[in-house]
Ligand binder design. Structure first.
Ligand SMILES: [Mg+2]
Length: 217
């Protein structure tokens, strides 16, 4: 076992990290790219995957800059997402892991590219809001990464250098740089993918593995 990670706070990504929602989201996201931009499945899938972790509006604007259909495509993504996101289940070990982190007095946050009211309602419906110091969602101009991390630091006095950011996408890793220590979760990306992106820290398969890796401070 490698040296334990000292930490006083966790920030969890939501989709694909706490919630098993990536197959659902990727399916909608890829279908919309195929429909609006006349691309084959493989190309749409690559374009979706390479930008996953970002809000869908950024995924579209990065992949198809300046296309007149972008606004409609983004709207069409958000509608089924809002209708069905609440059906998407948390991974089986999530509630127990959050409970144990709470018992260790570790500050737990969510930082997500899903819209703020949706993510807040998701946890409220499951009576899990109290597991978190704050659930931080996306608003235009206020994104997972720098904005959310600086908000958490300023609002709650959290030392980011003692904080672990746990996420399932390569964009999560990129956005953690210079702010928090990062833990990759395998799912859409494998350990090899995180390594190729330059991540040298831990990669886990499920969040409960974190419990044995940390030393609360
Ligand atoms: Mg994610």
């Amino acid at each position: 076992m490698t040296k334990k990670l000292r930490c006083s706070a966790f920030i969890f990504d939501f989709d694909g990290t706490l919630a098993d929602s990536m197959p659902f989201l990727a399916n909608i996201g890829i279908q919309i790219m195929m429909k609006y931009y006349d691309v084959e499945y493989d190309e749409a899938s690559n374009r979706y995957k390479s930008t996953t972790g970002l809000p869908y509006e950024h995924q579209v604007n990065l992949n198809f800059p300046g296309c007149e259909q972008n606004e409609r495509a983004i709207e069409e993504f958000e509608k089924p997402k809002i209708e069905r996101i609440f059906e998407q289940q948390l991974f089986p070990d999530v509630v127990d892991t959050l409970t144990q982190l709470n018992q260790m007095d570790i500050n737990v946050f969510v930082s997500s590219s899903t819209y703020q009211p949706i993510i807040a309602e998701y946890f409220a419906k499951r009576e899990l809001s109290t597991c978190f110091v704050e659930v931080v969602g996306y608003k235009p101009g206020f994104e997972k990464g720098k904005h959310h991390f600086e908000h958490i630091k300023a609002e709650h006095g959290i030392r980011l250098s003692d904080t672990l950011f746990v996420g399932d996408s390569l964009k999560d890793y990129e956005r953690s740089k210079g702010f928090c220590k990062f833990v990759g979760v395998e799912g859409m990306f494998r350990e090899d993918d995180f390594r190729r992106a330059g991540h040298e820290g831990p990669v886990i398969q499920q969040v409960s593995e974190l419990l044995a890796m940390i030393e609360p401070m």
